[in-house]
Design a protein around this ligand. Sequence first.
Ligand SMILES: O=C(O)CCC(=O)C(=O)O
Length: 339
Amino acid sequence: MSEKSSCNFPPWRLAHVTSKLEAGKVKAGMNEMSIAVNAAGMGVTQTPLAAHGKTIPAERLGPLAPTDPGIGIEAIRRRYEEDGYVWLSGLLPRAEVIDFRRWVFTHLAETGLLALGHDFALGIAAAEGFDWNLANRRLMSIVRSAAYEGFCAQPRLVRFMDAFVQGISYLHKRKLMRYVQPGTAVATPAHYDLVYLRGGTSRLVTAWIPIGDIPAEMGGVVYLESSHALGRRMEAEFQANSGTLSPEERISAYNNHMAEGGWISKDLPDMAERFDARWLAADYEAGDVVLHSPYMIHAATNNEDRAGRLRLSTDIRYQNVDDEIDARWSNHWSLGDML
Ligand SMILES: O=C(O)CCC(=O)C(=O)O
């Protein structure tokens, strides 16, 4: 990540995105770079999505189904149970999410990560290298900041999560924020979240929140269709075979029964073939929130944004406060904390 960005984007493209933002009109879905799903929700991405050197073939890609938060909490919960995820479009105020994006990038700018001369809300990546160590330190400060706490604890989200978990929602203190440079091969491999949170209840729910628009070609989260059942089977298999592990190892993602890092695979096309499923992709917009089950298999693809924007998102985990809490997640995220 400390290497030079290999992404060269045409200046007209930058000017175009800048003027849309200034005009207050940036709205992915209306953006011509944002082409993952057609109006009928039946399309697939035109830009091939790739990760770890492998391109997902068109027949193994499908659209994530959006959900209108207005359908009501019971219907939302039903969709989540059925699909393993629910993509709530426009749950949060878009302008506030974009403001927060600007705040984050303002605090990362001194690392050389951002191109200067643009509104930081655009998040245009610098063409030159940046100070990776400093950026990591800044990121660790940002996830400890009052501003980020406030973003994650905004009343709209808290009230929604209380209703979703049917009680008082508990937000795990360990909260992750990720930025991904365009034109780099950084992408989260396929996994399900329970692997990292085996020390408490399995009634967990992850909220993946794009901080800014993340059209599919910008490498947002992709979900393996209907894989929450598969994740459950994989977890049952792991538990059945974990008798020889110590109690610490049994809840760790880094024991010798697991692949490196707790990942299932980095080969997304192969997984889709093996399980005869599609990877579901979406054009996410600032204001969206995706909730996914701890058994739902997901990954990310490369950020191929032609406008050279950084992908920025956070992923945070909730549960009902009365359920058992995995104490290992009671500290802020630290790089290398092995969770
Ligand atoms: O944002 C990403 O790249 C991965 C997010 C993730 O793994 C999660 O939300 O659980």
